[in-house]
Write a protein that binds this ligand. Structure first.
Ligand code: ACO
Length: 437
């Protein structure tokens, strides 16, 4: 029988050799604790700011190969899912592990659409926001506020209660998103219409005016469905890590999703799509692209929508979005920003600075232009990301809750502060600035 693979580590301080087992190409960080300089030593840890080389969980949901540009949900290539599935079908796949049969899908659709209404008090809660509040701030707060509506949400160890919250969250996030938009325009809220598809209902809640029902162009509902599929999960990204971390304390899923959405709102994560549009507006025209790129290379800002922690070849989602954007422009007509974006992409992809650092357009580069062409305001872009990502957060949360290896998330630190020192009474203190220390 072949010997199981292991890592031989020699500690040059003690000359001792340690045999650390390798599983799935990883070693267990806790196995390093036995490596000590002496009996009082705490033991070896790894130092990994921003988790660049640390697996925090085992997961069977999403597979990414960043060098080859591969993304799969539950083993299915993202390209096939985007082309052939509806968003709710993919949501079922991510949460349940298998693609639904027709009967399962019909039942699942029915269950989700029966949870699309918001409690009237939640509607009133939304009314309390200032007219110019950012939709993402309203979204985060309102999702957290749902924790006050559903008492059973705290029973995170009860599978039936967990499932109820999953349905509630997937059903309600489009309604909250649409209400934040209507609120900022001072328009009356539109109640969900359960006869419509997930995306068509969302568009109806956003844009219905005095007509009985807003009729969205089928190419646009399809495009939005594709965008939702592409954004549904992306393994252990910043916001998913927050979802798992907050959820690991057994906090309820409403506050955990709100925390994850807060992480998503940052410009380096889901907030990038809004920033891309702002950047394209600043560039203004194709002719200004070289000067803008030069400025970025000199260290003034970043090309928003470029670069990724994991994808170092291409982002497969960006390719699909580029294709979907073309379908949208066929309906909406050419987009002014598209020309600038194409030129920016062309110049950056041929520039040594970006080639060397393996910086390629990511999912956010084209999604913003596409959303804008479809009639969404830039302030709503990150909320549009949060709706489908809620499914991924919940799938990862469910997996974490039942994983016997998981515990409350609690990283270690390398302490770099002052050693123990004597307390100084206030009247005897002199001010020492941090620079002088
Ligand atoms: N424009 C210009 N230079 C960049 C960019 C960019 N968009 N991204 C990275 N770089 C440079 C860095 O300055 C660094 O250069 P250096 O080696 O000379 O110091 C090098 O490339 C490596 O970058 P890191 O910051 O170490 O890469 P990291 O993996 O930490 O960051 C991130 C990834 C946050 C996505 C980064 O590329 C970025 O800020 N991009 C712009 C924001 C964006 O589009 N975010 C959306 C990501 S996708 C998503 O969250 C859905």
């Amino acid at each position: 029988m072949a010997t199981p693979p292991s890592l031989l580590i020699q500690d040059s301080r003690t000359r001792r050799v340690f045999d650390v087992p390798i599983h799935n190409g990883t070693i267990r960080a806790m196995d390093l604790r036995q490596i000590k300089e002496g009996p009082d030593d705490f033991g070896m840890m790894t130092y990994d700011p921003a988790f660049q080389n640390t697996a925090s969980c085992r997961s069977a949901i999403t597979y990414i190969d960043g060098d080859k540009g591969i993304l799969r949900y539950r083993g299915y290539p993202i390209e096939q899912l985007a082309e052939q599935c509806s968003f709710l079908e993919v949501a079922y796949l991510l949460l349940e592990g298998e693609l639904p049969t027709q009967a399962h899908l019909a039942h699942w659709r029915d269950e989700v659409t029966h949870h699309t209404m918001l409690h009237e008090t939640t509607k009133k809660f939304l009314e309390g926001f200032r007219y110019d509040a950012h939709p993402m701030a309203m979204f985060i707060s309102t999702v957290a506020a749902l924790s006050s509506v559903y008492d059973d949400a705290r029973n995170v160890l009860d599978p039936a209660a967990r499932r109820r919250q999953v349905l509630r969250l997937i059903g309600k996030v489009p309604t909250i998103a649409a209400y934040t938009y209507r609120h900022s325009l001072g328009l009356p809220y539109v109640y969900p219409d359960n006869d419509l598809s997930y995306t068509a209902n969302f568009m109806n809640m956003l844009w219905k005016m005095v007509e009985p029902r807003y009729v969205a162009h089928p190419a646009l509902t399809k495009a939005l469905d594709i965008l939702f599929i592409l954004h549904a999960d992306h393994e252990q990204n910043c916001s998913t890590n927050v979802m798992r971390s907050v959820g690991s304390s057994q906090a309820d899923p409403f506050v955990s999703v709100a925390a994850a959405a807060a992480a998503l709102s940052g410009p380096l994560h889901g907030g990038a799509n809004e920033e891309v549009l702002k950047m394209l507006a600043v560039i203004g025209s194709k002719d200004n692209v070289p000067a803008y790129v030069k400025q970025v290379k000199e260290g003034h800002g970043k090309l928003m929508g470029f670069g990724h922690r994991v994808y170092k070849n291409f982002d497969p989602r960006a390719r699909i979005i580029k294709w979907a954007a073309e379908q949208v422009f066929e309906v909406t007509g050419p987009n002014r920003m598209q020309e600038v974006a194409l030129e920016l992409e062309r110049i950056a992809l041929n520039d040594e600075y970006f080639i060397q650092r393996k910086l390629y357009p990511n999912v956010d580069f084209y999604s913003g232009i596409m959303y804008q062409a479809m009639g969404f305001q830039p302030e709503l872009f990150t909320v549009l990301f949060a709706i489908p990502r809620t499914v991924g957060w919940l799938a990862q949360w469910q997996e974490m809750i039942v994983d016997p290896e998981q515990k409350i998330a609690r990283p270690r630190q390398v302490y770099t502060g002052a050693p123990e020192r004597e307390f100084v009474p206030i009247e005897m203190r002199t001010l020492v600035t941090s620079a002088a220390r």
